[in-house]
Write a protein that binds this ligand. Structure first.
Ligand code: HEC
Ligand code: HEC
Length: 333
């Protein structure tokens, strides 16, 4: 398949952007807006839950273990380490800007952040608790009971309040003000000549057909290995696991490229260790184009300008357990 028909097969309209336009509104990528916090108490509670390892059976794994907010919202591992040091089946995507995704997970099986947040708590490979146990733990802690009551007005905590608070916190994890966004907003000195040339190449070679919008991705499912097949030992089937359709095999949610300099290693299997490798694979397999080392380096230079202001997180102090709080079981046989 040549590049044009490959992109057509992916259902991509290249006509919707004009590579010669200079006004920000006509660029295929738009700046990230800062978070507007409407319910600060709910966000604070969600932050506590995000950092609380007591949501896991071992008492040692929190959301932040695999989505480390000190490391771009990811764990920088090929596959995450779960309960009892189990090897995860897929690379952990960043939680930064995840509110901008059309759906959550590589295959989009959760429709939004709320639906997503219930998953890892009960996943035996990840936090290995159950919703019942996690709720029992939270209900036994007076500090949490009071805080949930204040935020949700209910006496008993249920999983719905837990996922609602987690999602409210995650919605604040956006990264505005990257150098590229400053450039989009009209500050043409925000990028070097080389970085701007990298952006031109990113647009003109066709990367932008899939990596566009505010998140520079996150808004469609596309085939990995469009022009030439991708070889991997990873068993993930992509979107087909959700739709059951053979045509969706190896279709993955296009990852956001915001903060991509922080979220190595790359791809669902974590097999690309560096941006240079990832750009090379994308060029060959998605566009049928082999970049020269200099072209590759220009695109990488552009991608590094997508690192935005990281959320300023003040580490939360968690309310202590009580005598009747179920104890963690870190070394369960
Ligand atoms: C043991 C590691 C681990 C833990 C703990 C964990 N996650 Fe994840 N998370 C992952 C992996 C791996 C994926 C990708 C799974 C997939 O796509 O099939 C993921 C996916 C996500 C996504 C989807 C992002 C996207 O772009 O699709 C969000 C949001 C998320 N996790 C939030 C959370 C929250 C909230 C918690 C705590 C309740 C949590 N995670 C706990 C490893 C973890
Ligand atoms: C046809 C759609 C499509 C095109 C064109 C495309 N990509 Fe991608 N890109 C994807 C998909 C899908 C993934 C996820 C693949 C996977 O993990 O298996 C991805 C992943 C990536 C990643 C890894 C991100 C991460 O967090 O793992 C980078 C970097 C990237 N693309 C850059 C580029 C560049 C640079 C170009 C142009 C040379 C490009 N892409 C062209 C669809 C596309």
């Amino acid at each position: 398949m040549n590049k044009a028909s490959a992109l057509l097969a992916a259902g991509i309209a290249l006509a919707c952007w004009n590579p010669l336009a200079s006004a920000a509104s006509q660029e295929p990528i738009q700046p990230v807006e800062p978070a507007v916090i409407k319910e600060p108490a709910k966000v604070e509670l969600g932050k506590k839950l995000f950092f609380d390892p007591r949501l896991s059976r071992s008492g040692a794994i929190s959301c932040n273990s695999c989505h480390n907010l000190a490391m771009g919202g990811s764990d920088n591992l090929k596959a995450s380490i779960g309960h009892k040091w189990q090897q995860g089946s897929i690379n952990s995507p960043t939680v930064l800007n995840s509110s901008l995704n059309i759906a959550q997970f590589w295959d989009g099986r959760a429709k939004d952040l709320r639906e997503q947040a219930g998953g890892p708590i009960a996943n035996p490979m990840e936090m290995a608790s159950t919703h019942e146990l996690a709720i029992q733990v939270l209900n036994s802690i007076p500090g949490y009971r009071a805080e949930f009551k204040q935020v949700f007005g209910k006496d008993r905590i249920t999983i719905d309040e837990v996922t609602g608070a987690l999602a409210a916190f995650e919605e604040t994890l956006v990264t505005p003000n990257s150098r590229f966004d400053q450039w989009l907003r009209g500050d043409k000195k925000a990028l070097t000549v080389r970085e701007a040339a990298g952006y031109e190449l990113f647009k003109n070679s066709g990367c932008v057909a899939c990596h566009n919008g505010v998140a520079v991705g996150g808004n469609s499912f596309q085939k990995m290995g469009l022009v030439a097949p991708y070889q991997t030992a990873n068993k993930a089937e992509g979107r087909a696991a959700v739709t059951g359709k053979d045509a969706d095999r190896f279709n993955f949610k296009v990852p956001t490229l915001r903060n991509v300099a922080l979220t190595y290693p790359y791809f669902h299997d974590g097999e690309a260790a560096t941006l240079t490798q990832a750009v090379d694979v994308m060029g060959r397999l998605q566009l049928g184009r082999t970049f020269t080392p200099d072209e590759n380096a220009q695109i990488v230079a552009f991608l590094k300008t997508l690192t935005g202001d990281q959320p300023a997180i003040q580490y939360p102090v968690l309310p202590p357990s009580e005598d009747d709080t179920p104890r963690p079981e870190p070394f369960l046989k």
